[in-house]
Design a binder for this molecule. Sequence first.
Ligand SMILES: Cc1cc2nc3c(=O)[nH]c(=O)nc-3n(C[C@H](O)[C@H](O)[C@H](O)COP(=O)(O)O)c2cc1C
Length: 183
Amino acid sequence: MQKSNNLKNRQLLILYGSQTGYAQDIAERIERQARRRLFKTRLFSMDSYDRTNLINEELVIFICSTTGQGDEPDNMRKFWKFLLRKNLPNDILNQLRFAVFGLGDSSYVKYNWPAKKLHKRLTQLGGQSLLSRGEGDDQHYLGVDGTFDPWLEELWKILMEKYPLPPNAEVMPDDILLYPSIL
Ligand SMILES: Cc1cc2nc3c(=O)[nH]c(=O)nc-3n(C[C@H](O)[C@H](O)[C@H](O)COP(=O)(O)O)c2cc1C
């Protein structure tokens, strides 16, 4: 993949599926950190995103939890059904670089299933995974953060290498307030 240090090309889409809000919270955390790194961000639940546009996306982070018995959260069902369509060619997402982090609980038999299936399907359709799929586990003594924090650190390392900041630009430190994202 070519490096790009043009700020216009640093476009990051974050899509989440969340039943009770934790995955959404994680997605919002990623968005704030991305904006500090001067990425131009968009954030949607998977079902509120225009999925027919996925073929034009180059960089997407997916966050999804698990509900029921290994089921997808309600707000990613339509998106997931769309991805499963049999008539999608297996190179349709060739342009896509993606990362998937799942939230689950290892006391369930179908631990983190939606994230596992999503990662596999995106790969089948030609997408290239930027790093190993992350698995958040309610049973971890630090909760989801126990695996999410190191996973996100690795993701930033990879993304800042592939999309370096232009000269004279720098990551916004945590003590500087971000503008509201609607601006
Ligand atoms: C009713 C219910 C069913 C769940 N089923 C599973 C499951 O089958 N597999 C799994 O790995 N985690 C399961 N979990 C754990 C959730 O995925 C986990 O708590 C996650 O952090 C919730 O994220 P959310 O608030 O974004 O939906 C379940 C949680 C609840 C409350």
